[in-house]
Design a protein around this ligand. Structure first.
Ligand code: SF4
Length: 413
C-alpha cells in the first residue's frame, strides 16, 4: 500500500479542526460564556499563574481556533491534535463514567451548577457529578473527572483548589437559590433553587434544610487510558474557600483593569521557575517568563535542530512505549510457559529469556536515621547537624531546557 502523505496530513488537519470546533461548541453549551464569570478551573489556574488565568478570561485568542487550523504548519497541527486528544478524552470518558455510576442506581446529577455573586463578582462552579443520599445519614459526594496521560502521584494544587472551591461553595450556598441543572439532564431542568429543593425536585429525596449534619466530600477521579485513581476526600473548608474566592477576585479585578487599559497582561504575576503548566499554556508565546533573544537570523540552523530534537524525542517516547509493551508481552509469555515458577531460561529463535525477581534498590531513610541518631545522642539538633554535615553535593551540571512555544493563541487572535 502506498502512503499518500499529503492526504494523510489533510485528514489529520480535518480531525484537529473538528476536535477544536466540537470543543468550542460543547464548552459554550455546557459552561456558557466563560468570560462573564469566574469558574473553578479559573481559580485553579489562578492559584498557579495569574497571568495565564487572566489571559483565558480576556479572550486572548478568543476567535475560533478551529477556523485557523488550516493556516498552521503540520508540526503545529500535530502538537494541537495531541493536546486535544488528551483534553477531550476526558469528555468522552465522562459519558462512560456517568453511565457506569447511574447503572449502580445512585442518585446522580451531572453538571450541577452553583452560581453566586461575591462582592459583585460572578462566580460559578460546574460539578461533573454530584451523588446524594438522603435518610438518617445524608451524604453528598462531588466527583471531578480529570483525564491524565499519566496518573500523578499527588494531586496538582490547581485541581485541589477546584475541589475545595466546589465543596466549599456547595456547603456555603446549600440553602440559597444558587443551584441549576441543565434541561437535558432532568427533562424540565432546575434553575435558581436551593440544593435540597433541587434534590427534592429531581429525586423526591429530602435533605436537611441546613448542611451542618450532612457528610460532604469531594473527590477527583484521575483517568488515564488504562487506570483510574481516586484522590480525596476533600471536605468543605472555610479557609480554603476564602482563599479560592480571593483568587477569583484577583482574576476578575486584573481582567477589568486590562480591559479598561490600566494594565497590560505582562504586568501581572506569573509562576516562576520550572512549571509543567507552561508547556500547556496557550499564552506562553509572549510570556515575560521566557523573554529572550530570537536568533533565527543569526543561526537559521538552530531552529532546524530544535525541530529535529523535538521529533527525535517524540520518536524516543513512541519507541519507549513500544519497548514497554513488548517487554510486558514477553513477561506474560514467560509466566504462562513457566507455570511451575522454577526460574529457568526459555529459548525462542536466537534468544533466551527469563523473568526473575531482583532485590529493590537500597536507600537511606533520612527521617528514620535522624530519629535513631537523635535517640542515641538525646539531641535532635545535633542529629540534624550530623546529617547536614554528611550530605554530599554533586558537581553542578548543565541542563538543556527546551520548551514549545504555543502559537495557537496568536494564530487565533
Ligand atoms: S507560560 Fe507559564 S508563566 Fe507564562 S502565563 Fe503561561 S503558565 Fe504562566
Amino acid at each position: 500500500m502506498q502512503h499518500d502523505k499529503k492526504k494523510s496530513d489533510a485528514l489529520l488537519s480535518l480531525l484537529t479542526q473538528g476536535l477544536l470546533a466540537y470543543s468550542e461548541k460543547e464548552t459554550a453549551r455546557q459552561l456558557g460564556d466563560r468570560s462573564l464569570y469566574i469558574g473553578m478551573s479559573d481559580i485553579g489556574k489562578g492559584m498557579e499563574c495569574l497571568r495565564s488565568a487572566v489571559a483565558s478570561k480576556i479572550g486572548v485568542g478568543s476567535k475560533s481556533m478551529a477556523d485557523t487550523i488550516s493556516a498552521l504548519p503540520l508540526t503545529e497541527i500535530a502538537q494541537i491534535l495531541g493536546r486535544q486528544i488528551i483534553l477531550q478524552r476526558g469528555h468522552w470518558q465522562e459519558t462512560g463514567i456517568e453511565n457506569a455510576l447511574t447503572a449502580t442506581g445512585v442518585k446522580l446529577i451531572p453538571q450541577l451548577e452553583i452560581s453566586i455573586y461575591v462582592n459583585g463578582i460572578p462566580i460559578k462552579a460546574h460539578l461533573d457529578f454530584t451523588i446524594v443520599w438522603g435518610g438518617q445519614k445524608p451524604a453528598v459526594r462531588i466527583i471531578e473527572l480529570k483525564s491524565n496521560e499519566h496518573i500523578p502521584d499527588i494531586l496538582y494544587a490547581s485541581y485541589e483548589a477546584q475541589l475545595y472551591g466546589q465543596a466549599g461553595l456547595l456547603k456555603a450556598c446549600w440553602n440559597k437559590p444558587c443551584f441549576s441543572v441543565p434541561d437535558e439532564y432532568n427533562g424540565e431542568g432546575v434553575t435558581g433553587v436551593t440544593f435540597p429543593q433541587a434534590i427534592h425536585q429531581m429525586f423526591g429525596v429530602e435533605l436537611p434544610a441546613l448542611p451542618g449534619g450532612v457528610d460532604i466530600e469531594a473527590w477527583v477521579l484521575s483517568i488515564s487510558m488504562s487506570t483510574v485513581k481516586p484522590f480525596g476526600p476533600y471536605k468543605p473548608d472555610q479557609s480554603m474557600l476564602t482563599a479560592c474566592l480571593r483568587i477569583a477576585k484577583n482574576i476578575w479585578i486584573a481582567k477589568e483593569e486590562i480591559l479598561a487599559g490600566n494594565k497590560k497582561l505582562n504586568d501581572l504575576n506569573y509562576c516562576y521557575g520550572f512549571h509543567p503548566l507552561c508547556d500547556w499554556c496557550d499564552f506562553n508565546e509572549n510570556c515575560p517568563k521566557f523573554q529572550g533573544k530570537d536568533i533565527t537570523d543569526l543561526d537559521p540552523q538552530c531552529g532546524v535542530e530544535l525541530n529535529e530534537l523535538a521529533k527525535l524525542k517524540e520518536q524516543r517516547n513512541a519507541l519507549n512505549k513500544k519497548i514497554t509493551a513488548a517487554e510486558n508481552r514477553i513477561r506474560k509469555t514467560y509466566h504462562l510457559a513457566n507455570q511451575t515458577n522454577r526460574v529457568t531460561w526459555l529459548t525462542a529463535d536466537d534468544f533466551r529469556f527469563k523473568v526473575s525477581t531482583v532485590a529493590g534498590r537500597k536507600t537511606l531513610d533520612r527521617e528514620v536515621l535522624a530519629k535513631e541518631i537523635s535517640a542515641v545522642l538525646g539531641d535532635e539538633d545535633m542529629a540534624q547537624s550530623i546529617l547536614k554535615r554528611s550530605e554530599k553535593v554533586g558537581k553542578p551540571f548543565e541542563r538543556l531546557f527546551v520548551s514549545k512555544i504555543n502559537k495557537i493563541a496568536s494564530a487565533a487572535a
